[in-house]
Design a protein around this ligand. Structure first.
Ligand SMILES: C[S@@+](CC[C@H](N)C(=O)[O-])C[C@H]1O[C@@H](n2cnc3c(N)ncnc32)[C@H](O)[C@@H]1O
Length: 279
């Protein structure tokens, strides 16, 4: 399946948008860092715990991280005792991540680098062969014009028995063309509120701009890939899938914003997966 989108009536390959995605993320980085701080609801309640279970990091292990943003999870991994080499293609994100790390007790264990994850050679050049025990990419596959170079690079950077955990917006519920809905239902006299997701387009890759955090300076691109395309890229790069979590907010969680994902307790907004090198 070719990853193309429509722009002004013309068909454009996702990869033609890499420069624009970098400019947009660089422009959003300071705002995003201030909002994310040391973690928001998504990071602290959904993504972080599932990622930690799947990564199962041991003190002293070496981890490579792509698209680290402000380094919120890089610091978490370092605080758990890992040696972390983190990267992002936005220099401002990297500066913000460094500033948040200075003076922390684990600061010696984290380094941050500017690198474009759609460029296999740039990522491989950061490492020294197949020397990493683990790799992580959090909530960023759907922001990348192509994920194949990153998957190939991680395959080369990981030890043969390493693992690669990634999280991303759930391709089935929180990606593509979808709407969130709230309805009321009368169940034998009891009025219930029903939260649902309506999917209009899923099967084809598509690119569209949207908001990751309300109020961000510019909407950024989301690159939707159906599950077969997402996992197919992982399998082609020489990985097998051996762990999967679809975390949801717990029943007691609630947000004053009616259509916040925090209120959707039955539908996972993110998917967290673990890959292992094969062959
Ligand atoms: C939604 S943020 C997630 C940041 C961080 N991983 C987290 O969980 O908070 C997406 C990140 O992907 C980065 N990104 C997007 N495309 C990238 C690329 N081609 N190479 C490197 N970083 C990229 C952005 O700069 C941004 O930091």
């Amino acid at each position: 399946m070719s990853e193309k989108t429509q722009s002004g009536g013309a068909s454009v390959a996702f990869t033609d948008l890499t420069g624009e995605t970098q400019t947009i993320w660089e422009g959003n980085a300071a705002f995003w860092d201030e909002q994310m701080g040391e973690g928001n609801d998504f990071q602290l309640r959904l993504i972080g715990p599932a990622t930690e279970r799947l990564l199962n990091l041991q003190p002293g292990e070496r981890v490579f991280e792509a698209a680290c943003g402000n380094g919120v999870f890089s610091r978490r991994m370092a605080s758990l005792g890992a040696q972390v080499m983190a990267s992002d293609f936005s220099p401002t994100f990297v500066e913000r991540a460094q500033a948040r790390t200075v003076g922390q007790p684990y600061a010696e264990r984290v380094s941050y680098h500017v690198a474009d994850a759609t460029d296999e050679a740039q990522l491989v050049a950061l490492g020294d062969g197949a020397s990493f025990d683990a790799a992580y990419c959090g909530m960023a596959f759907m922001d990348m014009t192509t994920i194949e170079p990153l998957l190939r690079a991680v395959r080369r950077l990981l030890k043969p028995d390493g693992r690669f955990v990634f999280s991303q917006a759930h391709p089935c519920f929180n990606s593509g063309t979808f709407r969130l809905a709230i309805e009321e239902e009368d169940v034998s006299g009891e009025i219930r509120t029903v939260y649902s997701v309506r999917i209009a387009r899923y099967s084809q890759p598509q690119a569209a701009r949207g908001l990751g955090i309300l109020g961000q300076p510019e909407p950024h691109y989301y690159f939707h890939r159906p599950l077969s395309e997402l996992l197919g890229a992982c399998f082609r790069a020489g990985f097998a899938l051996d762990g999967l979590e679809e975390p949801t907010f717990p029943p007691e969680a609630s947000s004053a914003r009616p259509l916040s994902w925090v209120n959707f307790h039955e539908i996972p907004p993110v998917l967290v997966a673990r890959l292992r090198p094969i062959g």
